[in-house]
Design a protein around this ligand. Structure first.
Ligand SMILES: Nc1nc2c(c(=O)[nH]1)N[C@H]1C(S)=C(S)[C@@H](COP(=O)(O)O)O[C@H]1N2
Ligand SMILES: [Mo]
Length: 203
């Protein structure tokens, strides 16, 4: 009966047939695109936006919006997984690979603390940001990224829980050691692999 009701209202939490294996343990299928933001949604105009890499690097660098547009963009088809248990399959973004950006600064440390306009931070190992695993995305499904979803630009790291994909991204600092960001200081896992259910500190 409850299954009938959820189907009747289009709210089935079951993935379409054949896609079950793409839902990590403990997650459910979400057809929409929920918005999850801790705190207010910042307004970031493209002419005031820049992306900067500093910290332990050979040379620090920043890109204005205009400079960023001249970089090579890639289409990124992907599945995304939020720690609040929804997974969205077969979505797509367009952005610049972190390989391109980090390739211009000569990183000397193995970790990064990513920062956003508005103050959000999250930490990642550089090995989770390189080799075609992470992008600075400015489009979602062919449209400019909406403000709610982090526009004008967000980090996209589809292989980790989506809290690592910082919205309204402003830059990253390369570090010698792994330092917790906002959620990681509040009980969430330092790494966040959805296939290993790395949700909280002791997972
Ligand atoms: N700047 C910023 N980035 C953020 C967050 C946030 O609160 N602020 N929330 C994170 C969390 S917990 C998730 S699940 C995703 C949600 O992205 P969405 O709102 O586009 O679905 O953004 C992540 N990036
Ligand atoms: Mo999340």
């Amino acid at each position: 009966m409850s299954d009938f009701i959820s189907r009747a209202f289009g709210g089935s939490r079951r993935p379409p047939e054949g896609m079950e294996a793409r839902i990590p343990p403990g997650q459910y299928y979400e057809a929409g695109f929920p918005v999850l933001t801790a705190g207010p949604t910042p307004t970031v105009e493209t002419d005031a936006w820049s992306f900067a890499i500093d910290g332990v690097v050979g040379q620090q660098r920043s890109w204005s919006w205009e400079e960023f547009q001249a970089l090579p963009f890639e289409d990124v088809p992907c599945d995304i997984h939020c720690v609040t248990k929804w997974s969205k399959l077969d979505t797509s973004f367009r952005g610049v690979s972190l390989d391109t950006l980090l390739g211009e600064v000569e990183p000397l440390g193995a970790f990064a603390l990513v920062r956003s306009y508005g103050g959000y931070t999250t930490n990642l190992a550089l090995e989770d940001l390189t080799d075609g695993k992470a992008w600075i995305a400015t489009e979602h499904e062919g449209e400019p990224l909406s403000r709610d979803h982090g526009g004008p630009a967000r980090l996209l790291v589809p292989h980790l829980y989506f809290w690592k994909s910082a919205k309204w991204v402003a830059g990253l600092r390369v570090l010698d050691s792994d330092e917790p960001g906002f959620w990681e200081s509040n009980g969430y896992h330092m790494h966040g692999d959805p296939w290993r259910e790395e949700r909280y500190w002791n997972d």
